[in-house]
Design a protein around this ligand. Structure first.
Ligand code: CLF
Ligand code: SF4
Length: 463
C-alpha cells in the first residue's frame, strides 16, 4: 500500500494527533508505536479471522504474537521506551479484542499511566463491548480509539460475522441477529466515544464481492457522525490462513480495488492510506517493525525502579518536544506552498472538464488552501482564444487570458493547442489535458497529486 510520503498533512490541526503515527500522515515518519499483546480472547467471529493468529482487524493474517500479562507488558514497554525515544503511542490491538479482555486491558492502561505517562493510549476494538467501557477508557486517558466497522447493513454483516457472543445476556447470536447486535453496539459505542471527545478512527476490511458499496456508504456516514479518519484495508485471504473466507474461495482485495474505493471515499472523508496492518506486538515506526529485537529479552530480571530510571521520562519528553517542533515547521512549509496554489478549469457547467481552452470565455478558479480545495472565483475574458474561423489571425487575446490567469499554477482543460500552451507555460502555468470529460472534483484531486504531490480533501462547498 502506498505510504503517500510526500503528502504531509491530513490532520485538522486542532486535535491531539501530531505525534500519533496512525492518525497523522506526517507523524508516521517520526513517531513510533508499541502494541502490547495483552488481550488474548475475542467475543465475535469474523470470517476473515483464524483465532490461532492475531486479530485480523488490524493485523496481517497468519501472524502470531506472544501473549503477555500486564506486568510483563509494562516492563517490556519501559525497556523499549528507553531504547526508542520517538515512541509516542501504546496501543492494545489484540491478539484478540481489547474489550473482550477488560481486566487485562484496563490493568495495562493503568500501569502505563503510572509508569509512562508521556505516552498516548490507543485501543482497537470490534466495538461489541464499547458502549459499556467507553467512559472507563476515557477516564483512563484513552483519547484514540479504533472501531472496525465493515458495513452498516446487517445482511452484509451476516456474511462477515457468523456469530457474536454477548457477555451481557450470556448469549451467542448467529447470523443476522448477531450482526444486528454488533452494529447496534458499534454505533452506540462510536457515539459515546465522540461525546466523550475521543478521536475515533474506523477500520474497514474491503472484502471483494461482499462490502465494497457498503464501505462507500459507510464513509459518507462517518463524516456526518464526526469520525476523525477512515482506514480502509484490503482483505488478505488465502486457504493457508485457515479462515472461512480463505477456505471458501473469497479472494484478497487487489490494490486496484482498494484504490478505487479510496477514490470514491476520499471526496467525503479523511482517509488513512499509510496503514501497515501491524502485528499485535508491533514496535517502532509503521513499516519498520522492530518487535523481534525485543522478543528474547528477559524483562523479569529488571525491577520497576531500574526500568523507570532507564525510561528517563524527562529526557523522553524533551526529545519529543524537539521532534514536534521539527514536524510543525515541516507542516507550515507545506501549508505555505498549498495556500499559493490556484487552479483554472475550462468547463461549460463547473461540473465537468468539457471545454477546449480555445473556446473558453470564462475560467473556473479553484483555490487550494490548508487541506482542502474550494471553488474560488470565475474569471471572464472578453474574447476566447479562438473566436471562429473568420477572426483567425486578426484576433489574439492570449495576453488578456494570461493576465486573467497569471496567479494560477495549473490549467485543467479538455484540449489546448501548442501555441497557447507554450504561452501559458512561459508564465509558469502547467497545462493538463488528460482529464477531458472528467468530473472536476476528481480531476482536481488527481492533478494535485500528479503535479504537486498533494493529497487533498475536497470541501463539500466545492462547485
Ligand atoms: Fe496501534 Fe491501531 Fe492505535 Fe495505530 S496501529 S492500535 S491506531 S497505535 Fe496503525 Fe497499525 Fe494500521 Fe492499526 S498502522 S494496523 S491503523
Ligand atoms: Fe478475529 Fe479480531 Fe474478528 Fe475477533 S475481532 S474474530 S480477533 S478479526
Amino acid at each position: 500500500m502506498s505510504c503517500g510520503c510526500s503528502l504531509p498533512n491530513q490532520s485538522n490541526g486542532t486535535q491531539n494527533i501530531t505525534s500519533h503515527p496512525c492518525y497523522d500522515l506526517n507523524a508516521h515518519h517520526y513517531f513510533a508505536r508499541i502494541h502490547l499483546p495483552v488481550a488474548p480472547a475475542c467475543n465475535i467471529q469474523c470470517n476473515y479471522c483464524n483465532k490461532k493468529f492475531d486479530c485480523s482487524n488490524e493485523s496481517r493474517p497468519g501472524v502470531t504474537s506472544k501473549k503477555l500479562k500486564p506486568i510483563e507488558a509494562i516492563k517490556k514497554l519501559l525497556f523499549v521506551g528507553s531504547k526508542i525515544k520517538q515512541l509516542s503511542v501504546i496501543g492494545i490491538a489484540g491478539p484478540g479484542d481489547a474489550l473482550a479482555n477488560p481486566k487485562q486491558t484496563f490493568e495495562t492502561l493503568e500501569l502505563v499511566k503510572k509508569y509512562a505517562p508521556d505516552l498516548k493510549l490507543c485501543i482497537s476494538t470490534n466495538g461489541l463491548m464499547l458502549p459499556f467501557y467507553a467512559t472507563k477508557l476515557k477516564e483512563l486517558g484513552v483519547d484514540h480509539i479504533t472501531i472496525t466497522i465493515n458495513t452498516l447493513n446487517p445482511e452484509t454483516g451476516a456474511k462477515i460475522y457468523p456469530w457474536v457472543y454477548d457477555t451481557i445476556s450470556k448469549k451467542r447470536l448467529k447470523g443476522i441477529d448477531g450482526a444486528k447486535l454488533l452494529l447496534k453496539r458499534q454505533l452506540e459505542g462510536l457515539q459515546k466515544c465522540l461525546e466523550l471527545g475521543m478521536l475515533v478512527k474506523i477500520n474497514s476490511v474491503l472484502i471483494p464481492e461482499i462490502n465494497k458499496q457498503d464501505i462507500i456508504e459507510l464513509s459518507k456516514e462517518l463524516k456526518k457522525m464526526g469520525v476523525f479518519i477512515h482506514n480502509i484495508m484490503p482483505l488478505l485471504s488465502d486457504p493457508s490462513f485457515g479462515t472461512y473466507f480463505g477456505l471458501n474461495g473469497i479472494r484478497s482485495a487487489t490494490q486496484e480495488e482498494l484504490q478505487e474505493v479510496q477514490k470514491e471515499c476520499e471526496l467525503d472523508m479523511h482517509l488513512m492510506t499509510h496503514c501497515k496492518q501491524c502485528r499485535s506486538d508491533a514496535i517502532g515506526l509503521l513499516g519498520e517493525d522492530r518487535g523481534r529485537e525485543f522478543d528474547e529479552i528477559d524483562y523479569s530480571v529488571y525491577t520497576f525502579e531500574e526500568l523507570t530510571k532507564m525510561y528517563d521520562l524527562d529526557g523522553r519528553v524533551r526529545f519529543q518536544e524537539t521532534i514536534k517542533e521539527f514536524v510543525r515547521l515541516a507542516k507550515e512549509g507545506n501549508q505555505k506552498v498549498k495556500e499559493e496554489i490556484l487552479v483554472a478549469v475550462t468547463s461549460s457547467n463547473n461540473l465537468f472538464v468539457d471545454q477546449h481552452f480555445g473556446g473558453a470565455k470564462s475560467f473556473f478558479i479553484y483555490k487550494v488552501s490548508k487541506d482542502e480545495v474550494k471553488f474560488y472565483d470565475k474569471r471572464v475574458v472578453e474574447n476566447s482564444y479562438c473566436s471562429g474561423f473568420e477572426n483567425c489571425g486578426n484576433n489574439n487575446p492570449i495576453e488578456a487570458i494570461k493576465e486573467a490567469l497569471k496567479d494560477c499554477k495549473l490549467l485543467i482543460t479538455e484540449k489546448i493547442g501548442l501555441a497557447p500552451k507554450q504561452e501559458l507555460e512561459k508564465i509558469g502555468i502547467i497545462c493538463d489535458e488528460s482529464f477531458g470529460q472528467r468530473d472536476i472534483k476528481k480531476a482536481l484531486l488527481e492533478a494535485l497529486k500528479i503535479h504537486f504531490k498533494l493529497n487533498i480533501t475536497l470541501s463539500s462547498e466545492i462547485g
